[in-house]
Design a protein around this ligand. Structure first.
Ligand SMILES: [Zn+2]
Length: 139
């Protein structure tokens, strides 16, 4: 939040009943009003040097463009998290496709014709696993 300018063109910070005049804006500092850590009712002018955002009135952290960018980043992270939550279903679908493909290969494969010995893992592991996935079990 940025306070409105007063009659003298300067903003006032840290205004409250016991400090009705507040503190005049320091024109070298960011115009954002921030609250003291752990003391949510005491607001001060941001301590960082200005030089960013509209009119170079903000510090890098409070530059509205930067604030927007960070919010978008948080939202993107949240969306990614939601997508990850849906991921088990995608994995199950992938598993079924994989199992189908493997069983199809198994049905068509003729190792003898290829002059090869069937790998032990093929019949002992992969095909049983594919059948298990197809029957509703998970890997
Ligand atoms: Zn600032």
């Amino acid at each position: 939040m940025v306070p409105e300018k007063g009659k003298d063109g300067l903003r006032r910070y840290h205004m409250w009943a016991g400090h009705p005049q507040g503190e005049k804006e320091d024109t070298t500092r960011c115009i954002e009003e921030v609250c003291a850590a752990g003391r949510a009712i005491l607001f001060y002018q941001c301590n960082r040097k200005r030089g960013f955002g509209p009119g170079n009135l903000y510090c890098k952290q409070h530059d509205p463009v930067e604030v927007k960018r960070r919010a978008a980043e948080v939202e993107a992270r949240w969306k990614a998290k939601q997508a990850a939550r849906a991921h088990p279903y995608q994995q199950a679908a992938d598993g079924l496709v994989l199992a189908d493909a493997l069983l199809d290969i198994d049905a068509r494969m003729n190792w003898e014709l290829m002059g090869k010995t069937m790998p032990v893992g093929w019949k002992m592991i992969l095909v049983p696993l594919a059948r298990k996935v197809k029957s509703g079990g998970s890997i």
